[in-house]
Design a binder for this molecule. Structure first.
Ligand code: ADP
Length: 450
């Protein structure tokens, strides 16, 4: 198997070979074509020369027979000793060779002939030796050229792909380092060349950011859960321990009472822990999509009416006025605000929001809960005139186990809003918090209309 480090190298080599092959095939095709065309045009030129001479000689023969023709040939060969061969065949019987008798070898000659009116055949041949020598030299030159093309194509392709592969190798090295060290805070340096590799690097870094965020979130949640479990469990242990210690001295009846009280306290503490764990699991299920939702058409006005019924007494007891359009008989306008969802889970959303609003609003304040339709969304809104949420806490109120600094005196687990968000998002909706610290807070849930 190829060692992982060499993979980009092999990849580079493959690309280089591809390009080199294409380049070489193209170049060789051009070389061969050039050779073929040159050879053809040289042959054509020889043919032209021969045909020109043939015309002259035929005319000379026609003028004075073999004698005049022989004189013409001799005179010509003295003036320009081009290696032409001339032969006259008399009516297909007798052949008179008029020049270079020993060289007449049709295999090395380019020939042409013309038949005169009296049946005499005049033949002219031109040696192809010079042409062949020229073409041989040309072939040698082309061979060297083709070889250089192959070498240049291979080295050029190799160098070009090397420079293309370098960023990939850098990315690979960085990724390998991250895998080896397990440090998700490491990032791959961006070369700044603004190409596809750069884009990939940036995307990769973004993915690392996301993973780091998730890991941090999980770590934080785990820390919080451990921390929040420790308090009730310590209390549980303390209660049991104290009961055991105190009861050791008392009489039977007193011991009975102390045991009973301690056990009741233990049940209460255990309930707290159970509620917390159950809520945490609900949130996880809703977030992962594993929460079972019994979907049915649910008019939001009914959800609000039930929540108001549930919290009417709590609000009264605290001296907070709880108002809703829905409960005050204007429900006609909200009849058509129906969503498809799990009735019980949606009740939980409204209840959690109302619970918070009443909890964080001092006596004399107002809490409003309303339903309206906004485009193709159903909106449920809870507004209060309470302490509000500081700007730095606002982005974290939906985090698991997050509790505001000013809210620690109130009962709570810091899970209510996380559950609201998880359930709303499991229904394909979204929840938003806005607040003017000191003036109150507004929570808006938007769900798709049925
Ligand atoms: P808790 O159990 O603390 O109420 P939640 O998840 O319901 O947990 O809320 C998280 C934090 O958001 C609270 O601790 C509080 O600081 C803040 N918060 C939520 N609702 C309101 C509100 N209506 N007014 C002011 N602060 C709020």
């Amino acid at each position: 198997m190829t060692r992982p480090e060499t993979r980009p190298l092999v990849f580079g080599l493959r690309i280089a070979l591809w390009y080199a092959t294409l380049f070489v095939v193209g170049a060789l095709a051009i070389v061969f074509l050039t050779y073929y065309l040159t050879a053809a045009s040289l042959a054509q030129r020889d043919q032209q020369i021969i045909r020109g001479k043939l015309g002259d000689y035929a005319a000379a023969y026609a003028r004075g027979g073999v004698r005049v023709l022989a004189a013409t040939v001799r005179a010509e060969q003295e003036a320009a000793p081009e290696r032409l061969f001339v032969r006259v065949v008399n009516r297909g019987v007798e052949a008179i060779v008029l020049s270079n008798a020993e060289g007449w070898d049709p295999a090395t000659l380019e020939t042409a002939s013309v038949q005169l009116a009296d049946g005499t055949l005049v033949q002219v041949g031109k040696s192809t030796e010079a042409r062949e020598a020229l073409l041989a030299r040309f072939r040698a030159v082309l061979g060297v050229v083709a070889l250089s093309i192959v070498v240049i194509a291979l080295t050029g392709g190799w160098l070009a792909t090397q420079s293309a592969v370098v960023p990939i190798r850098r990315l690979t090295r960085a990724v390998r380092r991250i895998i080896r060290t397990g440090r998700t805070d490491a990032r791959v340096p961006v070369a700044g060349t603004d190409d596809a590799i750069d884009e990939l690097t940036v995307l990769f870094n973004t993915m690392l950011d996301k993973i780091e965020g998730l890991v941090d979130g999980m770590r934080g949640a785990l820390d919080n859960v451990s921390h929040d479990l420790r308090t009730p469990l310590t209390r549980l242990r303390g209660t049991a321990e104290m009961a055991l210690a105190a009861a050791a001295s008392g009489d039977d009846r007193e011991r009975d009472v102390q045991y009973r009280e301690a056990l009741a306290d233990c049940v209460e503490e255990t309930d707290r822990v159970l509620v917390m764990l159950n809520t945490l699991m609900d949130i996880s299920e809703a977030e992962s999509g594993a929460m079972k939702l019994t979907r049915e058409p649910v008019p939001l006005a009914e959800v609000v009416a039930r929540a108001v019924d549930l919290y009417r007494d709590v609000a009264d007891a605290k001296g907070v006025s709880l108002v809703s359009h829905v409960a005050s008989g204007f429900s006609r306008t909200t009849d058509d605000v129906v969503v498809t969802g799990d009735r019980i889970r949606l009740d939980q959303v409204a209840a959690n929001l109302l619970d918070n609003a009443i909890k964080y609003t001092p006596a004399g304040g107002d809490v409003r809960i309303d339903v309206r339709r906004d485009g193709d969304a159903a909106v449920l809104q809870v507004r209060d005139t309470g302490q509000g949420i500081p700007a730095d806490e606002l982005p974290r109120v939906f985090d698991r186990l997050f509790r505001g600094d000013a809210s620690r005196t109130e009962r709570g687990l810091g899970l209510g809003l996380s559950l609201v968000k998880a359930v709303v998002e499991a229904h394909g909706g979204e929840v938003q918090a806005t607040s003017e610290p000191g003036q109150g807070a507004t929570f808006t849930v938007r769900l798709p209309l049925a």
